[in-house]
Ligand binder design. Structure first.
Ligand code: AHR
Length: 322
């Protein structure tokens, strides 16, 4: 109890100090009660992963006693920028967001910095030379995820292998990095070729539509590399509609490991999944409390993740939360 009171008092004191401070961040708890207010600008609701991520953030904010102001940008950068500006106006204690795309954030983040509101990047990072614009970045190593997908293919491909790639949202960190990591690994096997690569915007319908086009334009497809489960699931529908057997006639590698993807892997329709953990809420709230209290936090917090084969998916499915 004593510890709790000390912490709250510390936050209030810090707010008073930073309100007239240098603009270097540190929090401006705004509710008047000492409660931390977080403005969270979410990407959208494009995938099963995103739904699980949103739930984790909402649940953990509640559990941590953090007042959450939540917005859904419907995968549009301009909506996220608007949401961030509105959080600045509302003088929230901390802003957290998962950037739809990597570039174009400096102006709005500078506004947050000048308003002395610390920013936490979660899930996706930004491409900016100014690392003072945010306190920390919590999320996966997307390049490593791409490498894991590439490693599996290098180990499992035999003979000439034509790959079609379903990319995530154009300009988004996971799309750029998962492509990069995958290409890095398959470069060691000249027999493996990416014959077509296009964005499916991380959605099931996008994956289906692009796969339908690939099936018409490509004479030989051996493997689909989808940057997330949802696009892989869309590709499965397109492959079946074309009279082929997903997982056998055309092998499928995806990223995420959400329940629907894991079920398809267990059924043999997907062949390998690289995990991307959406349950970032608890760590995010812990980091938020620290940055608002003016404590030092690491500038990068990497999420721990694994990979799944069919057998591993069957074993993990009964306990899968999302
Ligand atoms: O940024 C994480 C990615 O975004 C997930 O892999 C994907 O499913 C989501 O839409």
């Amino acid at each position: 109890m004593l510890k709790k009171i000390t912490t709250v008092a510390g936050v209030v004191l810090l707010s008073a100090l930073t309100a007239c401070g240098s603009g270097g961040g540190g929090g401006t708890a705004s509710s008047g009660s000492g409660t931390i207010t977080m403005g969270f600008a979410q990407v959208g609701a494009e995938s099963g992963w995103r739904t699980a991520n949103t739930k984790s953030i909402q649940d953990e904010a509640k559990a941590a006693g953090i007042e959450l102001k939540f917005s859904d940008a419907q995968q549009k950068q301009e909506n996220q920028i608007k949401a961030i500006r509105s959080y600045i106006q509302q003088k929230v204690s901390v802003i957290a967001f998962s950037p739809v795309v990597e570039t174009g954030w400096d102006t709005v983040l500078l506004e947050a910095k000048r308003a002395n509101i610390p920013v936490i990047l979660t899930d996706r990072s930004i491409d900016s030379d100014d690392t003072s614009l945010y306190k920390t970045f919590l999320g996966s190593d997307f390049v490593e995820e791409g490498r894991r997908a590439g490693d599996w293919l290098v180990a499992n491909a035999s003979g000439p292998t034509n790959v079609v790639e379903l990319q995530g949202t154009t300009g988004a960190a996971p799309a750029i990095d998962r492509k990069k990591g995958f290409e890095e690994k398959i470069a060691s096997k000249p027999d493996i070729k990416v014959v077509a690569s296009q964005t499916g915007d991380f959605t099931r319908s996008g994956g289906k539509q692009v796969m339908e086009a690939f099936l018409k334009s490509q004479p030989k497809i051996d493997v689909v590399y989808a940057h997330n489960d949802d696009m892989g699931l869309g590709a499965i529908e397109a492959i079946k509609a074309a009279g082929k057997v997903p997982g056998k006639d055309i092998k499928i590698i995806t990223v995420d490991a959400v329940k629907d993807g894991m079920q398809a892997l267990a059924n043999g329709e997907i062949n390998f999944i690289v995990e991307c953990n959406p349950l970032l809420g608890k760590q995010l709230m812990e980091l938020a409390k620290k940055v608002v209290a003016g404590e030092e936090v690491p500038n990068r917090v990497v999420t721990e993740e694994g990979t799944f084969t069919q057998e591993q998916a069957k074993a993990a499915l009964p306990q899968r939360q999302y």
